[in-house]
Design a protein around this ligand. Sequence first.
Ligand SMILES: Cc1cc2nc3c(=O)[nH]c(=O)nc-3n(C[C@H](O)[C@H](O)[C@H](O)COP(=O)(O)OP(=O)(O)OC[C@H]3O[C@@H](n4cnc5c(N)ncnc54)[C@H](O)[C@@H]3O)c2cc1C
Length: 300
Amino acid sequence: MSRAWAERVARELRGEAKLDEPMSRHTALKVGGPADLFIEPADLPDLQEALAMLSAEGVPYLVVGGGYNLLVRDGGFRGCVISLRGLDAMRPLPGGRLEVWAGVSNRMLCTVAAENCLGGMEFLIGIPGSFGGALAMNAGAHGAETLQRVESLTTLRQGGIAVRKGEELSFGYRFLQLLPGEIVVCATLRLEPTERRLVEERMSGFLASRGSSQRVGFPSAGSFFKNPPGEQAWRLIDQAGLRGVGIGGAQVSELHANFLVNRGGASATDFLALAALAKERVRECSGVALEEEVRVVGEG
Ligand SMILES: Cc1cc2nc3c(=O)[nH]c(=O)nc-3n(C[C@H](O)[C@H](O)[C@H](O)COP(=O)(O)OP(=O)(O)OC[C@H]3O[C@@H](n4cnc5c(N)ncnc54)[C@H](O)[C@@H]3O)c2cc1C
């Protein structure tokens, strides 16, 4: 992508645009090199126009929500990073349903669901990030998952709008099947009319049950690895003797062995080296192959 072209996109966009934007500003781990172009379209038509320009120029793009599950390598992202923060509408619909756009934060969704006496999404209260990220990752906790509540999902595929019913979606543990480049823009949730007091009590209970084990005191992306079937990743990492072990500024948290934390000054390379060490030691120690939950993107 030429600088002149990126500057033209930035001028034509109604939303925000930045050139050479450090991704360390947009990820929970606080690491990651620059994106050539970082944009925040103002609304859906603005996003569609940006996508048309990117597609005409053959520029790769990456959608980012809150960056709570994202590790961007130190070389950054050659192309355009798109934040959907501008798509932040929410609308209660008849029949206990709620339309939620990708840029809404999970916390705001929970607040509005409670205000409208709608239960079913309380588990999201302690999961940081955007609702688009929660859909794309099928974020879950306390035995519930985001996609279980989806009545319909609206995405952009090659610039065109596609709507799928919940039962047509293919999803699983921290996984939603999307086409390459497909962007989640909005979902309608099927919720349960519930007394506001009960919704709020459940949310307080979920927040309390996260307990102190997740307050690790340093930037992290939550669980770095998925839990293998019938196993807990933290237990395997702990058994492999890695609790507290560090490489550069990255460290296996002393408090939660599946949280890799930035003790200050870490690079993405430090995190990748530590993750590789954890995988190697866990495989040697217990024969289990750990798989990253965190999505790793960008140039080395
Ligand atoms: C302290 C802590 C606790 C956590 N606890 C939990 C937990 O209990 N359960 C859990 O599931 N997760 C947990 N997480 C991880 C994280 O919060 C979730 O995965 C969250 O859903 C990520 O949302 P995000 O908006 O930050 O997504 P990002 O990290 O920005 O993106 C994640 C992935 O989704 C893609 N993506 C994002 N938005 C879209 C979109 N609109 N369309 C297409 N693709 C998109 C990105 O390209 C990327 O591949 C935790 C994280 C932290 C830091």
